[in-house]
Design a protein around this ligand. Structure first.
Ligand code: ARG
Length: 266
């Protein structure tokens, strides 16, 4: 009787493992992706100029545009496959890459030590900083030191969230988490939050639309954007690195930045 129970337990364990592997424990190697004929990108498309939506196409499908989308198209082109954008919560992107639900995480994603524990990163393709945005009417917040005890709006799971949540940088602050920086900006505009912390390029896009918001001059620490790949998926990492290195050496990244930045249209 004991033996039967033990065997049943072992069987159940094996079944669980098999289920784990079949639903999302897979590794999307370059070979796999070519066989499938499509590469997928997990992103959060509320982050201009890197990824945002621009209406719908002839078939009624959402049009995704921006610097990261251009990079993704080039990766697909170099691999000779189609591409598909998977728009999701920013906080879900790492998990989607980890489980193989998406092949790549391309989301203006800053390389951090914490994230490196869960995914591998490609070469860096853009240097950024976070900045502080306040209402024009607020004359009291002028340096990073003034955020102490304030209500800070951020996008959930971003480096802004990490900064605002840190007692070292923002002692006594209350963090309000939103699904996008656009929603965080609304909270600042309507006085629900005192300030927001956001990537500098996205801040510029938000400011271009909202003349009642201003940005503090002094940026926070430097960050670098890279593409997230499932840990140990070296064939894909190398393929993406070769496309990125090509785009960097051809000056393409700079061109995309110019193409999608409102301030440079003009
Ligand atoms: N660079 C920041 C980070 O890595 C924010 C990225 C937000 N990206 C987005 N697509 N919403 O945490």
């Amino acid at each position: 009787m004991k033996n039967i129970r033990r065997i049943a337990a072992v069987l159940a364990f094996i079944l669980c493992l098999a289920a784990l592997v079949s639903c999302g424990g897979s590794t999307p190697t370059v070979e796999e992706i070519k066989k499938r004929g499509t590469i997928t990108m997990a992103t959060n498309a509320s982050f201009p100029p890197f990824e945002f939506t621009d209406g719908v196409d002839e078939t009624g499908a959402t049009k995704y545009v921006g610097i990261d989308i251009e990079i993704f198209k080039e990766i697909a082109k170099d691999l000779g496959v189609n591409y598909e954008v998977m728009d999701m919560e920013f906080a879900g992107i790492i998990g989607a890459v980890q489980t193989g639900k998406a092949d790549l995480g391309i989301a203006g994603m800053s390389v951090t030590d914490e994230r490196k524990k869960s995914v591998d990163f490609t070469v860096e393709y853009f240097t950024s900083q976070n900045v502080i945005v306040v209402p024009v009417s607020n004359t009291e917040i002028n340096t990073a030191a003034d955020v102490e005890g304030k209500i800070i709006a951020v996008q959930t799971g971003t480096t802004s969230d990490m900064f605002a949540s840190s007692e070292d940088f923002c002692p006594g602050a209350t963090v309000q988490r939103y699904g996008s920086f656009i929603d965080a900006a609304s909270a600042v505009k309507t006085g629900k939050a005192d300030l927001m912390v956001v990537d500098i390029m996205t801040a510029a896009e938000i400011l271009a639309q909202n003349d009642d918001l201003r940005q503090l001059e002094e940026p926070l620490a430097d960050e670098a954007y890279a593409i997230a790949v499932q840990k140990g998926n070296t064939t894909l990492l190398e393929a993406v690195n070769s496309t990125l290195n090509r785009l960097i050496s051809e000056g393409k990244i700079g061109q995309y930045v110019e193409q999608y930045t409102t301030a440079s249209e003009g």
